[in-house]
Design a binder for this molecule. Structure first.
Ligand code: ATP
Ligand code: LTN
Length: 334
């Protein structure tokens, strides 16, 4: 078989070290990261450059970055199979981002929903980085000639913008970038907040009851589910006016692999309270082994350093090729 035929598709994704990793991050992203490793050439990064678009405490950012890395490993990402690194360790991301910002239109960036949401949420700090965030994300993706980007649905618009930028650049300079596609999970692409099921579950939500952190202990997880907001009425089934129950069904389905029909049957005689407790227990059972692995990995700082150093060396070799091509194309290659 020739080398070309053996080439596996490139998969790239990232997570911001902006707080406790949530059940939403796990079901929307990490769970997929592990399962993609065998069939693809995977690159995963801790997106600390993205995280400072919102004010961060430096010590907390450092801690969350290492913990994010340990959690990716605890979720089953294997550094022997995938490249894992910390975004700020590879300067090519910021370098390509400057170039690509000159190929992204003000109007396009203004239309990004995340920018609009975060501008409303952090009205006293609508900084340039918050606005150009999707250009940096496009750079992360395009630097590695990525074919697939596994993310939750909230990031789909950013991946589409990466395609728009790639298309524009390729149109001017001939084919430089591979066109990336999104991979969304079948169940769990958008897990909603437990306290307000009309809002996305988010790790930067100031109310810890709104999310389940992957590292929460068993009792906390069950307690949070028991106090999850549900709807008026009764009965366990999915409906537009039952956002709370529908969200719990999505979580249960993503964790167990069961479909709605099976879930409705399983819980036909349950009240809301018992259903919430059952979902809480199942989630706690799923997360317990991840937490146990995390505790081991985070205690071994030398191992973590080895993982991110080697991962970064490999990543930089790959990204250097794309960056050098881009520099030549735009006329920097003196
Ligand atoms: P922040 O609150 O700081 O914006 P976040 O919780 O949205 O953070 P990110 O680091 O931005 O998390 O996202 C990491 C991955 O998790 C992305 O692929 C994102 O799409 C996915 N993700 C985030 N929240 C959810 C959710 N509620 N449901 C499903 N996937 C999610
Ligand atoms: N913006 C992403 C995190 C992220 C990412 C990426 C995801 C940064 N760079 C590249 C996929 C590909 C988020 O999930 N909020």
């Amino acid at each position: 078989m020739d080398a070309q035929a053996e080439k596996k598709p490139v998969v790239l994704s990232g997570v911001q070290p902006s707080g406790f990793v949530t059940l939403g991050n796990y079901l929307g992203a990490f769970k997929n990261w592990k399962s993609l490793q065998d069939e693809n050439d995977c690159i995963y990064m801790i997106a600390n450059l993205h995280a400072i678009t919102v004010r961060q405490d430096p010590a907390a950012l450092k801690k969350n970055t290492l913990e994010g890395l340990a959690l990716v490993l605890a979720c089953g990402v294997d550094p022997e199979k995938s490249d894992i690194f910390i975004q700020s360790h590879n300067p090519h991301h910021a370098q390509l981002s400057w170039v690509l910002s000159c190929y992204a239109q003000f109007g396009e960036l203004s239309r990004m929903t995340q920018f609009k949401d975060k501008s409303a949420k952090y009205a006293d700090n609508i900084n340039g980085g918050l606005f150009t965030y999707p250009v940096l994300m496009a750079s992360d993706i395009l630097l590695y000639q990525t074919d697939f980007v596994p993310v939750g649905i909230d990031q789909k618009q950013h991946v589409e913008l990466a395609r728009t930028i790639a298309n524009r650049f390729n149109g001017i300079y001939s084919d430089v970038f591979t066109m990336p596609d999104c991979i969304l999970p079948k169940q769990g692409a958008k897990i909603m907040s437990l306290t307000d099921p009309s809002k996305k579950m988010s790790k930067s939500d100031p109310n810890p009851k709104s999310y389940v952190a992957v590292l929460d202990d068993r009792n906390t997880i069950i307690k949070k589910f028991k106090s999850a907001m549900t709807d008026s009425g009764s009965g366990i089934y999915r409906a537009e006016d039952k956002l709370g129950i529908s969200n719990l069904m999505t979580i249960y389905s993503a964790v167990t692999g069961k479909n709605d029909e099976e879930i409705v049957k399983e819980f036909q005689n349950f009240g809301y309270g018992d259903f919430k407790a059952a979902v809480g227990e199942t989630v706690a059972d799923t997360l317990a082994p991840i937490k146990a692995r995390f505790d081991e990995i985070i205690a071994d700082k030398a191992y973590l350093k080895e993982v991110y150093t080697k991962g970064n060396e490999r990543a930089m070799k790959r990204s250097a090729k794309t960056l050098s091509k881009v520099y030549k194309k735009v006329g920097f290659g003196i």
